[in-house]
Design a protein around this ligand. Structure first.
Ligand code: NAP
Length: 252
């Protein structure tokens, strides 16, 4: 007997923001699990990710859009939905701006909401609609611990991550009966460029690490198993779930 419910062979996965960090790790992991990739990136300079995908036996094409411009993202996603069969969508591109709420400029608020929420929506609606028409698909959004908690001086980020968790559940309700599963991963504190400032602040770094039951920061590779699971047939009856991959943070 063989068990290959976790295999992504024959599937095409669209991953946003895969030049570095968590998106790059997921794209490389998907290639190792058998998928081919479409990378939707800010620009075409994604050589390291392309090389990792190739090393893992996958093929990739690159499409570009700036997620600060949701209309441009929607145009690209609409073309993709027409031209390619996307079996798996990973909404990963994201940004963060740290400042106390009273000192947060509206332009910074708008930028974070555009990148993290409005552009995720701009990709998900056309790609998800095509999945619903075909009767199959997997949508996975990278949420956050700040989909559950308030965070410290990142109001727009927290609002955007609560919103994508809500959208995950709303779309799961609508699209589940059409064979499309919509889930999210809430990563814990992961060593990427997103958390450089926190790791450079000795007080915050120690406070964060001390609270993590695993006793260490996460690595982008720590997210790959959950991302493969939620993209594969192994999760066909999992829908509308936000899966924490946080070294135990939320259990504390
Ligand atoms: N690191 C953590 O602890 C953590 C925790 C919870 C959730 N997350 C989430 O995980 C996701 C990935 O973050 P990461 O930690 O891997 O951070 P990262 O290393 O900073 O990567 C962010 C990715 O998003 C892309 N991106 C940012 N702004 C963009 C824009 N305007 N247009 C197109 N792409 C854009 C970046 O593209 P470029 O490379 O071209 O800039 C990059 O590939 C984000 O949604 C983040 O909120 C991270």
């Amino acid at each position: 007997m063989t068990f290959d419910a976790f295999s992504l062979r024959g599937r095409t996965a669209l991953v946003t923001g895969a030049r570095r960090g968590i998106g790059a790790a997921i794209a490389a992991g998907y290639a190792a699990a058998g998928a081919d990739l479409i990378l939707l990136a800010r620009d075409a300079a994604v050589e390291d990710t392309l090389e990792a995908i190739k090393q893992n036996g996958g093929e990739a094409t690159v499409v570009t859009a700036d997620f600060a411009d949701p209309d441009a993202v929607e145009a690209v996603a609409t073309d993709l939905a027409r031209e390619r069969r996307v079996d798996i969508l990973v909404n990963n591109a994201g940004t963060i701006r740290r400042a106390p709420a009273a000192a947060t400029a509206t332009a910074d608020w708008q930028h974070v909401i555009d990148v993290n929420l409005n552009s995720a929506w701009a990709v998900t609606r056309p790609i998800g609609a095509a999945m619903v028409e075909r009767g199959a698909g997997k949508i996975l959004t990278i949420a956050s611990l700040l989909s559950f908690q308030g965070g410290i001086t990142v109001p727009a980020y927290t609002a955007s991550k609560h919103a994508v968790a809500g959208l995950t559940k709303a779309l799961a309700n609508e699209w589940g009966s059409a064979g499309v599963q919509v889930n999210a991963i809430a990563p814990g504190y992961i060593s990427t460029d997103n958390t450089t400032d926190l790791r450079a602040d000795p007080t915050r770094e120690t406070a964060i690490r001390d609270r993590i039951p695993a006793g260490r920061w996460g690595r982008p590779e720590d997210l790959v198993g959950a991302a493969v699971f939620l993209a594969s047939a192994a999760s066909d009856y999992v829908n509308g779930h936000v899966l924490a991959v946080d070294g135990g943070w939320l259990a504390r």
